[in-house]
Design a protein around this ligand. Structure first.
Ligand SMILES: [Zn+2]
Length: 145
């Protein structure tokens, strides 16, 4: 260890067994603030207002009727109580790549958006993009990371 893991917001109501589902707006904004895109095998600390736990990110494959999504394997017994904080994530959204405030793009186009960053041109939804190998038929532009 010794490496500082990124701390990413998660909704612990979305913990099913040992799987923490990572599909919320708060998680997206948190990734953008850390300048990260999800990738399989990443180790992260997930936190909510008064809980935190370490986990390993993976992509849950979708089906014909259900889109895939990012989630993390965690050890439920390892979930720690942390001092509750009133600190809320800011509502503003920085571009995950260049940090430009892109809040207005989301206000205009909603969540999720297919827009690219007006400053750097990277797709704004890239932090939640599925891994390339899982969707060979999807033509959405992928970020150069
Ligand atoms: Zn940008």
């Amino acid at each position: 260890m010794g490496t500082k893991l990124p701390r990413i917001y998660a909704d612990f109501n979305k913990l099913h067994g040992d799987t923490l589902v990572l599909t919320t707006w708060g998680t997206y904004r948190s990734l953008c603030r850390e300048r990260l895109c999800f990738s399989s095998g990443q180790r992260m600390i997930f936190f909510s207002e008064d809980l935190e736990v370490e986990g390993t990110v993976f992509y849950a494959e979708g089906s014909h009727t259900r889109p895939g999504y990012w989630a993390a394997k965690v050890i439920p017994d390892a979930i720690r109580d942390v001092p509750a904080t009133d600190e809320r994530l800011p509502r503003s959204v920085p571009c995950w790549s260049c940090g430009t405030d892109v809040t207005s793009v989301f206000e205009r186009t909603g969540f999720p958006t297919s827009e690219s960053c007006p400053s750097c041109g990277k797709p704004l939804w890239a932090p939640f993009y599925p891994p390339a190998e899982s969707h060979p038929n999807v033509t959405t532009p992928r970020p150069a990371v």
